[in-house]
Design a protein around this ligand. Structure first.
Ligand code: AMP
Length: 427
């Protein structure tokens, strides 16, 4: 029996792989414009990092982590998200003491969650995101949302809904948690087992429960907005006013609480339903946190960040035909050698063309010339270079323009010059 991929993982091949590169490059360029620099934390971390960072009350820590003992009996976890690892990286490398604040970074790479695979939901998927750490202000929250909005606009994703809410400061959240506990205590015996542990660990998580009967109970629960302190209200209103100034559209959603325990104050999510009607879930999400750096042994510093799911961005762009046509980088020149000696010459001709930045491929298989032309067409090549024994003897090649079908012989020492002229004429 042949071995297949692990459930919930997927192979990224061909056009999809080119699309991922396009998306990731665009996101990197925009992060660069906003003065964020890249960090690459390891994929594996001590499990304790996520238990302390993401929080014991989160679904991620309770049931979705890929955790194992390594050969030294250490508990290791494949990262289920980036933020905790980046805070560890920042604290361990003392980056807040040695950089201007906020310290602004972006990241991109695979994350792992043992979830039930379904549309838009994998067990290994890719996230692209940012963190700005060491400044606790509504302005930096707004810069982060602006960055995300710029990314979505550059991808031509119009009609994204930005949902935003505040979880308030500690005072507000503690009062709200108490109110939730008092409310849910009345219904707990009718609720799912998960909600029982959520009730103990973090009653805010009950608001995210997907069980339909529990959702009905959640509908009657107290609302965060009624428990906000004056300071928390003022901060949130300033975020909204700044977004208005920048003409960034949003919807306040007072049911939005986010699934990770570290968030406080501003939280937000990005939704887009493709024209096909496919709803892959949130395409991105993020928020502000103020305890995480300290929790992981660092100074008292707040941060804000967001993360996009690259698979979900790809799916909506693909569904709505928003991927540029030229992401596939077609071969420009296809070399067709006829025989052993021609193949040797093809290798050196290809090297010269590649050194001059022409995307070049060679037909290595001994097939008929007609078949080689079909391959050139399939690859989207503009020119074919044909090399037979005659050409080897005369140290020349035949160049065929595959659009005009004109062909001519060309001495090897004039090859690049001729191709460059032909490409110019072609444009
Ligand atoms: P989170 O870290 O849960 O806030 O997720 C951030 C983003 O990652 C989401 O908005 C999705 O776009 C993406 N995402 C989360 N979970 C999955 C998953 N299981 N499969 C694919 N993408 C996901």
């Amino acid at each position: 029996m042949s071995v297949i991929n692990v459930k919930g993982t997927h192979d990224i091949i061909g056009e999809e792989s080119n699309a991922f590169a396009y998306i990731e490059n665009l996101l990197k360029q925009i992060c660069d414009l906003f003065a964020y620099s890249e960090v690459r934390p390891p994929v594996i971390e001590h499990s304790e990092l996520f238990i302390r960072g993401v929080g014991e009350g989160s679904d991620i820590v309770r049931k979705e982590m890929y955790t194992f003992l390594d050969k030294g009996e250490r508990s290791i976890t494949l990262r289920p998200e980036f933020t905790a690892g980046i805070m560890r990286l920042i604290v361990q490398n003392k980056l807040l003491a040695t950089n201007e604040l906020p310290y602004k970074v972006y990241y991109c790479g695979p994350v792992f969650r043992y979830e039930r695979p379904q549309l838009g939901r994998y067990r290994q998927f890719n996230q692209f995101g940012v963190e700005a750490v060491g400044n606790n202000s509504p302005e930096i929250d707004v810069e982060t949302i602006t960055l995300a909005y710029t990314i979505l606009s550059s991808l031509n994703l119009e009609g994204v809904t930005i949902s935003i809410n505040t979880l308030g400061d500690d005072e507000s959240r503690n009062a709200y948690k108490e109110a939730l506990k008092a409310y849910f205590a009345k219904y707990l015996d009718k609720m799912c087992p998960d909600c029982h542990s959520r009730y103990e660990l973090n009653p805010l998580r009950i608001l995210d429960c997907k069980v339909p009967e529990d959702q009905e109970i959640v509908k009657g629960a107290p609302k965060m907005k009624d428990y906000l302190s004056d300071a928390a209200k003022e901060r949130f209103n300033r975020v909204l006013a700044l977004l208005d100034d920048l003409d960034i559209p949003y919807q306040v959603d007072d049911t939005l609480v986010r699934g990770l325990d570290y968030y406080s104050e501003t939280v937000f999510e990005f939704h887009y339903v493709s024209k096909t009607g496919n709803d892959y879930g949130a395409i991105g999400a993020g928020g502000h946190y103020d305890k995480l750096v300290k929790e992981l042994g660092g100074p008292d510093a707040a941060g804000v960040g967001f993360s996009f799911g690259v698979e979900r961005l790809y799916s909506v762009l693909k569904d709505d035909n928003l991927l540029p046509e030229d992401i596939n980088n077609p071969v420009e020149i296809y070399i067709m050698p006829l025989g052993m000696n021609a193949k040797a010459m093809a290798l050196s001709v290809a090297s010269e063309l590649r050194l001059n930045a022409y995307r070049t491929d060679i037909c290595y298989e001994d097939v008929k010339l007609g078949n080689m032309f079909k391959r050139a067409e399939r690859k989207g090549a503009k020119f074919a270079i044909i090399i037979g024994d005659d050409e080897v003897n005369k140290q020349e090649v035949v160049i065929k323009n595959l659009t005009s079908t004109e062909q001519k012989s060309c001495p090897l020492d004039k090859l690049v010059e001729t191709i460059s002229k032909e490409m110019g004429e072609d444009k």
